[in-house]
Design a protein around this ligand. Structure first.
Ligand code: IPE
Ligand code: IPE
Ligand code: MG
Length: 253
């Protein structure tokens, strides 16, 4: 069923048609371009990260309204530690700010907060903010909002292999040979979530940057030219519309 949204409808601005029966269940986003957005405006890079946080709120509201079940946001990669310490410090303070200002709305919207990544390596204040958000939203049943923070796909797979080896150390050779992809997926940080249907990367870069390299095997990729701080609900709807025009074959016909 196609629903037409009116141009003056505040909730769904300027969206032509979206098939509400085929909203992707899981959207993953590489939120890129914060620094360039700020630089274009002659502002320090951290202003871009602040504004990017506001975009996260707007996009979370939108996907929650559209009935998306999972939203995974790449917030900090295992490679982002190579940035200047000042920038890292600022980024590590953002979850505190984000949750201080947005947690009540997340609770109200029935959103469940989760993370993937090596969270225990983050500064204490960052861990505390994340833990509080997880605890207070643990029983929510609407959108699951997953922050990939100190996340890297290769590190995740290595970690999964290490855990699998520990788990199966007494297994026979034939038991090990019978292990399936599904069995291995249980050792990944995404064990509780389905694979993304749609991957969006903003800022015009067309690469995966070590994000969900196992899970994106059959996802649809959309690269958007806008910088993350200027990406809005309308852009998201356009991405979903493009997704809906794609034919997914999963190797079949
Ligand atoms: C994405 O924006 C946010 C993080 C990686 C933390 P960038 O900070 O990568 O911004 P650009 O790509 O340099 O413009
Ligand atoms: C990917 O963006 C990581 C996040 C969005 C958190 P980067 O800006 O780190 O990726 P590269 O360096 O351009 O590949
Ligand atoms: Mg970048």
């Amino acid at each position: 069923m196609f629903k037409k949204f009116r141009k003056n409808d505040n909730r769904q601005p300027q969206c032509d048609t979206l098939d509400l029966q085929h909203i992707p269940e899981h959207i993953a986003i590489i939120m890129d371009g914060n620094g360039r957005w700020a630089k274009q405006r002659k502002m320090p890079r951290i202003k871009g990260h602040f504004q990017g946080m506001e975009t996260i709120k707007a996009i979370t509201r939108e996907v929650s309204t559209l009935g998306v079940k999972y939203l995974t946001l790449y917030a900090f990669s295992t490679e982002n530690w190579s940035r200047p310490q000042e920038e890292i410090n600022y980024i590590m303070g953002l979850p505190v700010n984000f949750l201080n200002t947005f947690l009540p709305e997340l609770i109200e919207k029935n959103v469940k907060v989760e993370t993937i990544g090596f969270v225990d390596e983050l500064p204490t204040k960052t861990i505390q903010a994340i833990e509080e958000a997880k605890l207070k939203t643990a029983d929510n049943t609407g959108l699951t909002l997953i922050f990939a923070i100190n996340y890297g796909g290769r590190a995740e797979i290595m970690h999964g292999i290490q855990n699998a080896i520990k788990h199966f150390k007494h297994a026979s050779e034939s038991e090990i040979e019978q292990l399936t992809e599904k069995d291995f997926s249980r050792f990944l940080m995404t064990a509780d979530f389905p694979d993304p249907d749609l991957l969006i990367r903003t800022s015009g870069e067309q690469r995966i940057s070590n994000f969900l390299i196992w899970q994106l095997s059959y996802s649809e990729f959309i690269f958007n030219e806008k910088m993350w701080p200027e990406f809005d609900a309308e852009d998201l709807q356009a991405c979903i519309k493009t997704y809906q025009s794609r034919q997914r074959r999963f190797g079949g016909l």
